[in-house]
Each structure stands twice: as structure tokens, then as C-alpha cells.
Ligand binder design. Structure first.
Ligand code: ZN
Ligand code: ZN
Length: 362
């Protein structure tokens, strides 16, 4: 038997290839991929703006069934053949400074970021990414059991929802009484709404552009109290009005590409507030960044990149609870052969196709 996988060989170049299934030893496992979420960063990886070694099998948001597993891995991970698991992207080394200080989500112990979807196929056994029907699980891969009766294209949302719990709740310590302003209504922004709501935030505000009307409507359905179309409304005045002039306790910046919202966040945040920066901007500098605002308001600015096991666990519990109509956020399932269309549709490159959450179903 062989695995089918999408290989990225160069920027904007994907091809379908076959690989032999790997040998599974006592400490590793083989995952039969049920679904792989399409991430905003997949579009950047596809375009070649992320420093990812190629050729590579992309896909870092895998959900699947354990097809084979070594005895020791089964014992250590607490899962067995036939179990459904969500796989964390990062494969920590377990002994670098980050891992030892409890920040395994930024582990660089193996040189670069060692994660599913980012390891080149030249490293055996090649099947490191989830744009494939089978994926190799390393002895250090981290898996979470997920109930099997949930549709795969919903269960796979553990990844963006996990980011919502980490970025909008765990990092800024969001809780009852907090006003949370979320800049950007993409899948991470919507996940932040859901997580902030679950954490008991008092008031949730989401900003977006005119073309985001559908996403802003969804944000309201998922629990946002106010949405602001920054092209039509005076966002400063609206946030001022909504918060009684105080500003937002927590500002979560999850917009893509444009660095302007980072500078804006300092105007929106309350005295003593927390700003979480999680949207990547292609290493562009931020124009009009007024650092004095951070000083005089005593603002905490935190970067957030990875997601922790605890946040993934919160996401999975929320999915399993059935409390949130997550299916409303899911727009597309694509077969493996249409990976390129899946990525371009999320990136907004296909006119008339608006994608929010989509996944590959091999
Ligand atoms: Zn992702
Ligand atoms: Zn490490």
C-alpha cells in the first residue's frame, strides 16, 4: 500500500505524489488522515514567503485515525489503533531551553521549527505533512483524542479554535468583566470570539472591512456584541462609545498582512490593558507606531505564535459540547487533488469564492 500526498516543490508549485508507507517502530505511529484544515499560513507557504524547506508535504492541522501504533507509543500517548486524534503541529524536542521552561510551542531544539507540514520529504520517512492520506507520527508528536461521532470537517477545527483559546484567553488572561476587541474577522478572529465568549468576557467587539460583511455577521452569531466595518464607521469613535471612553481591556490582533492594525491597537486599548499580536505581517515594519501610548497607558504587549496543549484541549471540549454552531463557519471540503484551489480560495485569490474555514478531505 502507498500514501498519496501533495508535495510543494517550489513557490506556487504543488504536485500529487505517492510514497511507501513508513515502518512503524515501538515509539511511532501512522495516522490515516480524515481531514486537514487549511490555514492562513498555508497561503503564505504556498506563495513562498515563509522560510519553509522544500520539497515538503504541507498541512499542519491534521485530524485522523490511528492506523498503526507501536506498543510503547500506545502506552505513552494513551491511544490505540482505531482511535481518532487531533495532532498538534509542533513536534517538540523535549530538552531545549524552551521545552524545559514550559514553552514547548516555540521549541527550536532541532534547529528550525520542527513541525508537521514544515519538514522536507528528504528527511525519512517523508510523510510529515497532512496534505496526504497518511501521515507519520514521530515519537514526540502530540495527539489529543477526539470523539468519533463529530463530522471530521468540524472536529478538525480544533486547530483554529485552539489558537482562539490561546491568543484571546490564555495569553491575555481574559475573564468576566473584560471588554475584548478583536481586529480581523478571519477564522482566527472568529475562533477568538468563540473562545472569549466561552471564557466569560463581558463585551466582545470585532472589526473588519466592507468585504467581510458575512464574517462579521457570523461573529455576531458566535457571540460578538458589536461589529465595526472600519471602511464605513469611525472605528475610534465606535470603540470609545461602546467602552464608555475606557477602551478595550484586551485587544487581539489577528488580521493578515497589513501592519496598520498593530499601531491602531494602542489607540483602542484601555489603561493597563493587554494587546496580543498574533497576525503575521511578512516581517514588515509598523508605520505610525506611537510607543508613548504604550508607556502612558502601561500597556502589556504580548506576541503569540503557537498554541498550547491546554488551549487545544479547551477547543476539543468546546467542539464536543456541540454548544456552538461551528458548521456555520465551515465553507468548503476539498479533495487532495484540489489543494491548490483550496489554498487560493482561502487567500481570496478566486473571485466569487469566499472561504472561511475549509479543509482537505483526502
Ligand atoms: Zn495553522
Ligand atoms: Zn525543544
Amino acid at each position: 500500500m502507498r500514501a498519496r500526498a501533495i508535495v510543494q516543490t517550489a513557490p506556487r508549485k504543488l504536485e500529487l505524489r505517492e510514497f511507501p508507507l513508513p515502518e512503524i517502530d515501538d515509539d511511532s505511529a501512522l495516522l490515516r488522515v480524515e481531514a486537514c484544515g487549511i490555514c492562513g499560513s498555508d497561503a503564505e507557504q504556498y506563495a513562498g514567503v515563509l522560510p519553509v524547506p522544500m520539497p515538503v508535504i504541507p498541512g499542519h492541522e491534521p485530524l485522523g485515525i490511528i492506523e498503526r501504533i507501536g506498543d510503547r507509543a500506545a502506552k505513552r500517548w494513551g491511544v490505540d489503533v482505531g482511535d481518532r486524534v487531533a495532532v498538534e503541529p509542533l513536534i517538540p524536542c523535549g530538552h531545549c531551553h524552551a521545552c524545559r521552561s514550559g514553552q514547548y510551542q516555540v521549541c527550536r531544539g532541532r534547529g528550525t521549527m520542527f513541525a508537521h507540514g514544515y519538514i522536507p520529504i528528504t528527511r525519512p520517512p517523508s510523510l510529515w505533512g497532512a496534505y496526504a492520506d497518511y501521515m507519520y507520527l514521530d515519537p514526540f508528536s502530540i495527539v489529543h483524542r477526539v470523539r468519533k461521532d463529530i463530522p471530521a470537517n468540524i472536529a478538525v477545527m480544533f486547530n483554529p479554535l485552539g489558537a482562539g483559546f490561546r491568543w484571546a484567553v490564555e495569553v491575555p488572561h481574559t475573564g468576566p468583566g473584560d471588554t475584548v476587541l478583536i481586529l480581523g474577522p478571519g477564522q482566527r478572529g472568529l475562533a477568538s470570539v468563540i473562545a472569549a465568549r466561552a471564557a466569560g468576557a463581558d463585551c466582545i467587539i470585532v472589526t473588519g472591512l466592507a468585504r467581510d460583511a458575512q464574517k462579521l455577521a457570523l461573529a455576531r452569531e458566535f457571540g460578538a456584541d458589536h461589529t465595526i466595518n472600519i471602511e464605513e464607521d469611525d472605528a475610534h469613535r465606535r470603540v470609545h462609545e461602546i467602552t464608555g471612553g475606557r477602551g478595550a481591556d484586551v485587544v487581539v490582533e489577528v488580521s493578515a498582512n497589513s501592519p496598520e492594525p498593530v499601531a491602531e491597537a494602542l489607540h483602542y486599548v484601555a489603561i493597563g490593558g493587554r494587546i496580543v499580536l498574533a497576525g503575521v505581517k511578512g516581517f514588515k515594519a509598523v508605520p505610525n507606531f506611537v510607543s508613548d501610548l504604550a508607556v502612558i497607558k502601561e500597556v502589556t504587549i504580548r506576541g503569540a505564535f503557537g498554541v498550547t496543549s491546554r488551549a487545544y484541549a479547551s477547543a476539543i471540549r468546546l467542539i464536543e459540547s456541540g454548544r456552538v454552531p461551528l458548521e456555520k463557519m465551515h465553507t468548503h471540503d476539498f479533495p487532495l487533488e484540489r489543494a491548490e484551489e483550496a489554498i487560493r480560495s482561502l487567500a481570496g485569490e478566486i473571485p466569487g469564492q469566499s472561504s472561511i474555514h475549509s479543509c482537505l478531505v483526502p
